[in-house]
Design a protein around this ligand. Structure first.
Ligand code: UDP
Length: 196
């Protein structure tokens, strides 16, 4: 299915269920997917920042309509947009998938302790979820090789990165070739939200 275009940003207008299925199939086929849930803030950032626009338009394999604004804009342009696929919701769906299928997740980002608190909450909400590693999001450039080694040593299939937009997307694109995880996703403040 071809993506629709909202202000020049290609969006895959699919349901949450289709998005999860697409990600799982690509993961099982050992294809790495950088997935972006494009909310109005991200779509606007693409208008102002050419480097960020290139990341969203050319590097991301899957760009989903996050938020009423993206869904409304797509429909206003005459496209069929079945529903909103919000980043926090997709993150939770993938944790639920981990709980059912044993896929392994790594939580990278947030203030010290927040990823661990999100892991504890995920284990409560999704019994059996496999969160195999955590690292906070306040690091120096020279720490990056060690962080990548830790992510890869964990064996994680899914990497959730919470550094805020656009930092998390830039980080993922810069390092995706060194990462073994098959699902790469920036999730903004989702660890904070889940941790409460
Ligand atoms: N963050 C981080 N490292 C940084 C900057 C931010 O780990 O250098 C974390 C911050 O602690 C928070 C998240 O990134 O958990 C950003 O959340 P925010 O809601 O601002 O992101 P948005 O959803 O707006 O992209």
């Amino acid at each position: 299915q071809d993506p629709i275009k909202i202000l020049g940003v290609p969006i895959h207008a699919m349901t949450m269920q289709e998005a999860v299925k697409t990600l799982e199939e690509r993961m099982l086929a050992k294809e790495q997917t950088f997935v972006v849930t494009a909310n109005a803030e991200i779509i606007m950032m693409c208008q102002e920042n050419a480097e960020y626009k290139k990341i969203i338009c050319e590097d991301a394999e899957l760009v989903l309509p996050d938020g009423a604004g993206a869904v409304w804009a797509g429909r206003h342009l005459g496209y069929k947009v079945p529903e909103r696929v919000a980043g926090f919701d997709l993150y939770n769906e993938l944790l639920d998938l981990s709980a059912h299928k044993g896929y392994e997740a790594y939580f990278f980002g947030g203030s010290p302790g927040v990823a661990e608190a999100a892991k504890a909450k995920a284990e409560e909400l999704y019994p059996g979820v496999q969160v195999v590693g955590c690292h906070n999001g306040y690091f120096k450039d020279e720490d990056v090789p060690q962080i990548i080694a830790d992510i890869n040593a964990s064996g994680a299939d899914m990497l959730f990165v919470a550094l805020g937009a656009p930092k998390q997307e830039k980080w993922l694109v810069a390092h995706r070739a060194e990462l073994n995880a098959k699902i790469l996703m920036g999730i903004g403040g989702s660890f904070d939200v889940l941790a409460g």
